[in-house]
Write a protein that binds this ligand. Structure first.
Ligand code: FMN
Length: 328
């Protein structure tokens, strides 16, 4: 799959996820086969106010590529300036957020609110595309609600406005995350545009990925929650797409090693206090489905230091290693 001059092959990508798709997890996902990773959402207004957090969100590892920086906002001029600043960080593409359903975002007209405000949405894409020389993509939901499925016609307008790919999360704003994704929306968008369409939502297995692409004609897949504690999913999907072969999910030692690597990267990046706090939940994801995971999971929530976390991982691995592991 090609986005502008960027070759994304095989087309298996890490979705933008606040609190998850940071530098550490992107490095892990890339190593495990994600061929494009998108940062956490950067609020364009906050960036204009030079908020330190916005700059951290845009930080990339040296040589990290391909990576997209996702920006959110609804003022075309501010979004254009945010895109310029993001481009100057050295990313490969700018992704515009038109999917975030959170009330504090949509009340400003940002995120998925743009799905119900066609003129502003198109003006944002046009302004951003005109302000940078790298490709611009739009990550959007299908519409505000099931009575207003605006994505197919918006996608067409975005293509005309200069977008070079659409990432379609196959839910409406109203669905939040509760209703199952409906891949039919992906097919409807794909029918309307000639730029690549990447399908997203509820892809849990390699078989799901292939079925989604076959039934919708999407050009690629974007994985969100299924990568939690399981970055190997990118390789499993790529391998299955290419050869039909099913790779075995990793066993405890490999998972423990990855958890440890992730933990250390987070502590290096964010310091011990914040790094450990943000890793508590992620560690429970790595433990998922292993023997004794409920006991270890509860202990994850009270971790405070790197030493405590490292000891817990060692203990968990010792406990799990001799057992036959089942993957859920
Ligand atoms: C914790 C979390 C944070 C997210 N943050 C973002 C975000 O910053 N930008 C965005 O476009 N989507 C965000 N999303 C949505 C995901 O990118 C994705 O569209 C959604 O999770 C559906 O895909 P999945 O079923 O593979 O998880 C987030 C989702 C989750 C679960």
């Amino acid at each position: 799959m090609q986005i502008g001059s960027l070759l994304i092959d095989p087309p298996v990508m890490l979705a933008p996820m606040a609190g998850v798709s940071n530098r550490a997890f992107r490095a892990i996902s890339r190593k495990q086969g994600a061929t494009l990773c998108i940062t956490e959402m950067v609020n364009a207004n906050a960036l204009m106010h030079k908020s330190a957090k916005s700059y951290w969100l845009m930080e990339m590892d040296p040589g990290e590529s391909p990576v997209g920086i996702q920006i959110a906002g609804s003022d075309p001029d501010i979004m254009a300036e945010a895109a310029r600043q993001a481009e100057s960080q050295g990313c490969d593409l700018i992704d515009i957020n038109m999917g975030c359903p959170v009330p504090k975002v949509v009340k400003n007209g940002d995120g998925s609110a743009l799905l119900a405000d066609r003129d502003t949405a198109v003006a944002v894409v046009k302004a951003v595309a005109a302000s940078v020389s790298i490709p611009v993509t739009v990550k959007m939901r299908a519409g505000w609600d099931h009575y207003h499925i605006t994505a197919p016609s918006l996608a067409e307008a975005f293509e005309e406005a200069g977008a070079q790919a659409i990432f379609l999360h196959a839910r409406t704003r109203d669905d939040l995350y509760t209703r199952p994704a409906n891949w039919e929306f992906i097919r409807q968008v794909k029918e309307r545009v000639s730029i690549p369409v990447v399908g997203n939502g509820d892809i849990k297995t390699p078989q799901d990925a292939v079925r989604m692409m076959e039934t919708t004609q999407a050009d690629g897949v974007m994985i969100g929650r299924s990568s939690f504690g399981d970055p190997w999913i990118f390789k499993r999907i790529s391998e299955f797409m290419r050869t039909g072969r099913e790779l075995t999910p990793p066993k405890a030692p490999e998972r423990a090693e990855m958890a440890r690597f992730h933990l250390r990267r987070m502590v290096t990046m964010k310091g011990e206090s914040v790094g450990i706090r943000e890793m508590r939940k992620q560690l429970t994801w790595y433990l998922r489905g292993t023997p004794g995971s409920s006991v270890f999971r509860n202990r994850c929530y009270s971790l405070n230091t790197l030493e405590e976390a490292e000891n817990l991982i060692s203990e968990w691995m010792d406990h799990a290693q001799n057992e036959e592991l089942s993957w859920i």
